[in-house]
Ligand binder design. Structure first.
Ligand SMILES: [Zn+2]
Length: 244
């Protein structure tokens, strides 16, 4: 179910699912009841109450949802979310970079998620997310970058690479077959480092962290029918162990 999971500090857990958890998106044409059942199973594995995990309506933008807002929509339209109250957060991906953020706030952890695809990354979704976390008093921020398409696989037209590199030089890449490409993870790493956020890039021995290379992960580029995996950040209950 989990591609990787770990300790985010501050009593917070951080994890990324693999396709063993099944498709977790409602917008990819999958059976909605089946997706809801998988989300419920995921919440059980995380040890959080059913229905408490907040998903987003992701639109490749830079809006940051406040998960703590009393009258927010159940599914906010945003590509990032933050909480200072321990709301469990999810971000869906299938090649884009899932980013999980944890900082130390005045009254406990301040956490966030962000969906860093080409457009959101270039347009500043990470900057806006970090800004919102810091507005809630977050200090000592760390970011976990999950599985995403690598720079050797993510082929783009030459003009697209040129435009992206002008805005964020770190994304410059070439595919393994020698054509223009983008390295979104390198771009995310560069933007977060510039914001003085500590970057963690988990790897697992069982396979590549490139979604396109690793069939255990969802990749829109390799297989548009492979659904969405998710990045997760949530408060661990004291003594609760997360099941694999
Ligand atoms: Zn790759």
């Amino acid at each position: 179910m989990f591609w990787w999971q770990g300790d985010g500090g501050q009593g917070v857990r951080v994890a990324f699912t693999d396709r063993g958890a099944g498709n977790l998106a409602l917008h990819t044409g999958d059976d909605a009841d089946a997706v809801r059942a998988r989300r419920t199973a995921l919440e059980r594995s995380m040890g959080v109450p059913g229905g408490s995990l907040v998903f987003l309506e992701q639109v490749h933008g830079t809006d940051v949802a406040d998960a703590d807002e009393h009258d927010r929509p159940a599914v906010p339209t945003a590509d990032a979310a933050v909480t200072a109250r321990g709301v469990p957060l999810a971000v869906m991906v299938a090649d884009c970079v899932p980013v999980l953020l944890v900082g130390e706030g005045p009254r406990g952890p301040v956490t966030g998620v962000a969906h860093a695809g080409r457009r959101g990354l270039l347009d500043g979704v990470l900057e806006r997310t970090v800004e919102q976390l810091r507005a809630r008093g977050a200090r000592g921020l760390s970011a976990w970058l999950g599985p995403s398409i690598c720079g050797s696989c993510y082929e783009v037209p030459a003009a697209m690479r040129e435009e992206a590199v002008r805005r964020l030089p770190a994304v410059a890449a070439t595919t393994s077959w020698g054509t223009p490409a983008l390295d979104l993870r390198a771009g995310a790493r560069a933007r977060l480092s510039a914001l003085a956020v500590r970057v963690v890039e988990p790897t697992v021995s069982s396979g590549s962290s490139c979604t396109c290379d690793n069939e255990a992960l969802s990749s829109h580029r390799r297989d548009p029918g492979s659904g969405r995996i998710v990045g997760l950040v949530w408060p661990a209950r004291p003594g609760a162990e997360v099941s694999a």
